[in-house]
Design a protein around this ligand. Sequence first.
Ligand code: ZN
Ligand code: ZN
Length: 337
Amino acid sequence: MLAARYYGPKDIRVEEVDKPVCKPSQVLVKIAYAGICGSDMHNYRKGMFMTYVPEIMGHEFSGTIVEVGEGVQELSTGLQVVGDPRVPCGQCQWCLEEQINLCPQLGFIGEVSPGCFAPYLLMDPAKLLIIPPEVPLLEVTMVEPLAVAVHIIRSSGLHTMQANETIGIIGAGPIGLLAMMTLKALCGVRTIMIDITPERLELAEKLGADKCLNSVTKMDENSVEAAIEAVGLGLTLQEAMRCLKPQGKLVMAGLYEEPSFLDPNPIVTKELRLIGINTYEKADLHEAVNLIKQGKVKVRQLITDIIPLQEIPRVFRDLDIKGKTSAKVVISMDKEY
Ligand SMILES: [Zn+2]
Ligand SMILES: [Zn+2]
């Protein structure tokens, strides 16, 4: 089969690899769609989380079970599934308490083991969520990033925000947009989306943002009850501190490629509440499936590009050079590779 493998920074190759063989206690999933995530871009530029080279990239997928290994009782071929792509150590205090997003050794498929930028993927059956046949596989490719948005909201208590309160969301990428759409589905909070890309702001407006700004510096000082930083830059984090009201919540959902110098005084003087976000919990994945199934978060509108597997190296190059005009790029494995 063909697969997109990571060889080093800015070096992804689509090449022939062996189709995985289903062993006892495993299932083989035929991938329908795979999503390109922000963390894939971090890997592309810096190899931030890659453990092996070469490795098949990708951790967001939807597909159908085509083979079940010996001893697997609870699943059968033909079922539509999405997966929990996290690979925890399984031994630490947090793994044992089922808070695997806090596992210090946490990795992902596509980084520490083969990923889903290929037509077939072996999975641990316990890591699969069954999707009813009436739900389109293209839409549930968004379950994993939507689970991040759900986790941002649930673990920060943002779902209790009222119509007379405002949240600033910095970064109108998939995570920022999904957080905005989920907040709209769960509560009446007023949302301001901030991004430098006009295409993304246009999309944010179409998806229901109450206000859009093309620079975080245009945010008024002491104007929002909560802010989500979904970019991962010191500058935007500092600006978030500036526009938060005293005792406001600063939710940090971006990953930083570089260390940054900050003035932390606003955290002290305004008594800001700092909340870090790392991936999601199992319950967030289930809630994400339900939000899509019930049509409460219309994720299809976020998928701006659907590409074939062979296009992956070009698309990564474009996303890196031209900036992010697209929201979610999804790879279709429709054809038999
Ligand atoms: Zn992801
Ligand atoms: Zn662990």
